[in-house]
Ligand binder design. Structure first.
Ligand SMILES: [Zn+2]
Length: 219
């Protein structure tokens, strides 16, 4: 799964595909097995007619993983990579990348009203609360709220497109967080995904916990 050597792409092209996501996808597919950098991604993702740099390229990159099922490695997955370096080791896509079911427009309007047009992600009793159109102070970019079905579709195939109680409004950052850390095929927390995403210190803490748990001495 992880390449044996680190080869940099020398791709300095701009790309003409219609959307930011398609341009980034084309860059990776043209450079399978090679390291592409943040600069190359931004160059490829830049709008070919307006020259406008995309502010949300990082989210589009995450969606290539979560929605389209590509394996795109970062420094979190492969130690040889530096931050802001990425690699698509092969073009196979996971079949689990499910197509999205959406709420009806009337249902989504009710969800947004309930949410007060703010992200409803709650962690440790604290609501995210970012409002549509605000700048996300952590992730950057303009907040756009999108619907999230609270129970994974594969577990609950009747997706309740008309029932507002089954949907929540999430900002882009929390959509990505939920998709990355929640395995919708099993309905379980994606522990390995979390371990891949956390920093070195947190990885060591997890390792120490497991060693203790299994009765090994730690020095
Ligand atoms: Zn949020």
């Amino acid at each position: 799964m992880i390449p044996t050597e680190k080869v940099y792409s020398d791709d300095d092209r701009s790309y003409n595909q219609k959307t930011v996501s398609q341009r980034i996808e084309a860059l990776f597919l043209n450079n399978i097995g090679k390291v592409v950098t943040r600069e190359q991604i931004i160059r490829a993702a830049t709008d070919p007619t307006t020259g406008k740099e995309p502010e949300n390229w990082h989210q589009r990159l995450s969606e290539l993983r979560t929605d389209k099922g590509y394996t795109i490695l970062s420094w979190r997955d492969w130690k040889a990579l530096a931050p802001q370096e990425y690699i698509l080791p092969h073009s196979e896509r996971r079949a689990t990348a499910a197509k999205r079911v959406l709420p009806t427009p009337a249902c989504w309007a009710k969800v947004l009203t309930r949410a007060g047009n703010q992200c409803e992600w709650t962690e440790d009793g604290q609501r995210c609360g970012l409002a549509s159109g605000e700048i996300d102070p952590i992730g950057g970019g303009t907040v756009k709220l999108t619907p999230d079905h609270m129970v994974p579709h594969s577990i609950d195939p009747a997706a309740d497109p008309g029932d507002p109680s089954r949907w929540q409004a999430l900002c882009g950052r929390h959509q990505v967080m939920k998709k990355n850390y929640w395995d919708s095929s099993s309905g379980k927390i994606n522990v390995l995904g979390i371990l891949q995403a956390v920093n070195e210190t947190q990885k060591r803490e997890a390792l120490a916990f497991l060693l203790r748990y299994y009765g090994y001495e730690i020095k």
